[in-house]
Design a protein around this ligand. Sequence first.
Ligand code: ZN
Ligand code: ZN
Length: 430
Amino acid sequence: MHKIAFLVLLLCSLLFCMASCKNADHEHVLDEWKQISESSCSKQGEMIRNCTKKNCDYTETKYLDLKSHDYEDSVTPPTKTTDGYTTHTCKNCAHVLVDTYVPAVGSDNLEYDHIVTDESVTCIITGIGTCKDTDVYIPTYIGKYPVVAIAEGAFKKCDTIRSVTLPKGIVEIGKEAFYECSNLEKITIPDTVQKVDANAFFSCYKIRYVYISNLTAWCKIKFRTADANPTNFATKLFLNNQLLTSLTIPDEVTEIGDFAFVNCSSITEIFIPEGVTYIGVDTFSNCGITSITIPDSVEKILSRAFEKCKYLTNIKLPSGLTEIKAYVFANCWRLQNIEIPQTVTRIDLGAFENCSGLVSITIPKSVKSIGARAFRDCTNLGSIVLEDTNNWLAYDDSYDITGTPIDVTDPVKNATYFKTARDFAHWEKN
Ligand SMILES: [Zn+2]
Ligand SMILES: [Zn+2]
């Protein structure tokens, strides 16, 4: 131990000697610091001092602090559609700094109300008022109060508006807010929106452009009905001005909300990360996907989640799934390959209705109930393999609560049960 310490010490002193003795056989005698250049805002000033000994060219240099920029300010006021800001330009070096953003003013003369609570005063837009704009920009503030919502029926049957831009700060869009806005083509929805109430965009048949900026926020929105989501008519979504064709659900998302991508037929690929636990009602219905893998973290897939995905041929269900909900794959008529996980206990009403691409399916032992019309119009389904054939009862319809035993003697060919009147029956384990 001591030997090592000694060696280290020796090495250090040797290095020190080499550094200090190099190029010098004398101790430098340094003169006064002399400034050779001044600092500006972009270049450091320099000072030097030299050794005064004869024939010695030893020099030391030190740098002075930069001077601060000398700014000239110019204010660009906000317009109806663009934010205002202040530009600071340095008179000496042309360095530019922009800050103090002021939100766009928005459209004039809209109708509004104040929402007064103990904590705050905010504004809610209640109607078009005397505003003549065809492209409506909802203001961020009215006076000093932030605009947070569009009221129920605010623009109902307003057939003059062509586009609506909602600013950041809007949290809620009320019921029937844009109901039958028959000329509405574009809507911009900020990432602050949390709830869109029933039929907010009902019969907005001309909508083609739905602009959003944040997928995580979009997946969290509570859309009350399919017609609360403008994609139901637009059939597509623009994320930061790019048409969304390949959808990757962000890692932060745990629940993909009801109706989130309803009718987005322009989406042809969907990647769902491990960590998502919930896929909502109608979430991906009528999307343009051809195959999808749902990670094992998903516990619930709600009714109609993939209904009318007419290009879907392959789907991998999560291994812990317990219920196949009503109409979840109805009208997926190219669906060929599906394996029902061994944890599923119920296959609900119409789950695979009109899946004419299915040629065979295996119902695992865990399944205790198969809903009415679950395989109705699966015209090519030649084989339903029941892994457990015992004690099934068929109920001809919901009015007949008694049930009649089914004779399942040849489970491989019992698919015929679903091609008769019993299309309408639901089956249950006794
Ligand atoms: Zn010297
Ligand atoms: Zn400068």
